[in-house]
Design a protein around this ligand. Structure first.
Ligand SMILES: Nc1ncnc2c1ncn2[C@@H]1O[C@H](COP(=O)(O)OP(=O)(O)OP(=O)(O)O)[C@@H](O)[C@H]1O
Ligand SMILES: [Mg+2]
Length: 462
């Protein structure tokens, strides 16, 4: 290709990147400044090109100049600054020296806009919330509630326990489920509901840690009009769950005074709305979860002992994934099969990855395993096996820091690989949620449909 064409091509590519990019020469003068970085920093490329960095950004501490001086790259450093237009910019920056024949010839800087990442996360979160509210009111809505058969395990003790619980589901006893995050407590809670006589009544779930203490009481018990400024006549979750099941997640985050009110409601079967005086009869089975040993929680005054006894008529301990070694391979294969089916692929787990999985501590338990498999399947694309290089960067870093990854099988991921796999993960997740509807996904991600379409193609997302 002609020299001119190459330049033109490079210009088109770099100016259409959604990452900011700038290059300074050995004198600290800008020789490249793409459109995205201009947008972030509030300059026009023409204003910047040819000028010294200090002239444009007078500062004592410039990562680009540091790299120009010592030749040591900086990866993914978080930076916060005010741009030319007075806007606060929060970004993730990588600075790489250009070294030729042992001399530092300049520095290339890549800037990732954290606000953009935040927006995508917020879009995902608000989408999840909307699903949650559907789940609350319509059991047969978008997402079917789980049944015991959805809880997959080869662990003998757990299988025996689940069989017992399934039988006990028919009783009206309250339940306490204790287990680390991601061990499948919600699946069990939903299954108890769907195996009970309450299955056609509402299943309402509330995470006690997710809302401020002051609001929790009105959310649980409802409010009467005028009881405090702006309050309206509103049913609480107990009334919404009447006849059905109320799942109170992370009960140990509920303040102690509210735990005593909860105990009273469970004992008496009546609630009183905040600010109200009349008692309203409710028939609700409470399933509560805690993510630490209840005895320790009681000792640390995070859980009332009397409430614990009242709830733990049926008590379930779900062991963490690391102590269920038989489940690691079993669940990995199940999740890969599901991805294969979804994307019409035939991926398998490589031995090296399985070996690592068996030694990893799985702090996020089955949720973490499931997410890692989903992400690795996306990254592996047309490969036959899920290999080390398909695993998310955070896992590689953790494995390295725990010396679970030897030097000779270290995975080398470049900055752009990391960004690419991150983007791929977010987009695939959103497409899954919108059942492949690109228009819906683009709205939720707040990007143009064409941009999303282009990314799907570029990132080879099925
Ligand atoms: N045994 C299992 N079989 C199949 N999927 C599972 C299993 N355990 C967990 N999962 C999956 O892992 C994810 C997390 O499960 P769940 O939400 O039930 O965990 P949790 O214990 O309630 O976590 P948290 O304490 O963070 O709320 C879900 O996607 C769930 O489907
Ligand atoms: Mg849960």
């Amino acid at each position: 290709m002609e020299e001119l064409d190459r330049k033109l091509l490079l210009d088109i590519v770099l100016n259409n990147l959604d990452k900011g990019m700038a290059i300074i020469n050995r004198n600290g003068e800008f020789i490249y400044y793409n459109r995205k970085i201009a947008e972030l920093e509030g300059f026009e490329p023409e204003e910047v090109l040819g000028h010294h960095l200090q002239e444009m950004f007078p500062t004592d501490e410039s990562s680009m100049l540091n790299v120009l001086e010592n030749g040591i790259p900086i990866y993914n450093s978080l930076q916060e600054y005010i741009n030319k237009n007075g806007k606060k910019i929060f970004s993730m920056v990588t600075d790489v020296p250009i070294i030729s024949e042992g001399e530092i010839e300049g520095v290339v800087e890549f800037v990732h806009d954290i606000d953009q990442i935040k927006q995508i996360y917020q879009a995902i979160q608000s989408f999840e919330k909307s699903i949650d509210s559907v789940k609350r009111t319509k059991n047969d809505g978008m997402k079917k509630l789980h049944e015991f058969k959805d809880y997959k395990t080869l662990n003998f003790e757990l299988l025996e326990l689940l069989k017992k619980i399934e039988k006990l589901s028919l009783s009206r006893s309250n339940v306490l489920i204790y287990g680390e995050t991601g061990t499948g407590k919600e699946i069990i809670a939903q299954s108890i509901h769907t195996s009970s006589e309450r299955k056609n009544k509402p299943f309402v779930a509330q995470n006690c840690a997710a809302i401020p203490e002051t609001l929790l009481e009105s959310i649980l018990f409802g409010t009467v009009k005028g009881s405090f400024t702006g309050s309206i006549e509103r049913k609480g979750l107990f009334e919404k769950a009447d006849g059905g099941t109320l799942l109170l997640d992370e009960l140990n985050s509920m303040p102690m005074h509210l735990q005593s009110k909860l105990l009273r409601v469970i004992q008496e079967g009546y609630i009183r709305r905040v600010g109200g005086s009349s008692e309203i009869k409710v028939d609700v089975r409470v399933v509560a979860t805690v993510n630490a040993d209840p005895n320790v929680l009681i000792e640390n005054c995070k859980l009332r002992e009397d409430l614990f006894y009242r709830l733990s008529i049926i008590s379930i301990y779900v062991p963490p994934l690391r102590s269920r070694s038989e489940d690691i391979e079993y669940l990995s294969k199940l999740f890969i099969d599901a991805e294969n089916k979804f994307k019409n692929m035939n991926l398998k787990l490589s031995h090296e990855v399985l070996e690592l999985f068996n030694t990893y501590d799985w702090k996020g338990n089955v949720r973490e395993l499931k997410n890692i498999i989903e992400s690795a399947c996306n990254v592996a694309g047309d490969d036959k096996y899920i290999k080390l290089e398909h695993l998310p960067c955070y896992l590689i870093e953790r494995l390295r820091s725990r010396n679970l990854l030897s030097d000779d099988n270290q995975v080398k991921s470049s900055y752009s690989d990391m960004v690419e796999s991150f983007e791929k993960g977010i987009i695939s997740e959103m497409l899954k949620k919108t059942e492949g509807n690109v228009s819906k996904a683009s709205k939720l991600l707040k990007i143009k449909r064409q941009t999303l379409q282009h990314k799907i193609k570029k990132l080879n997302i099925r």
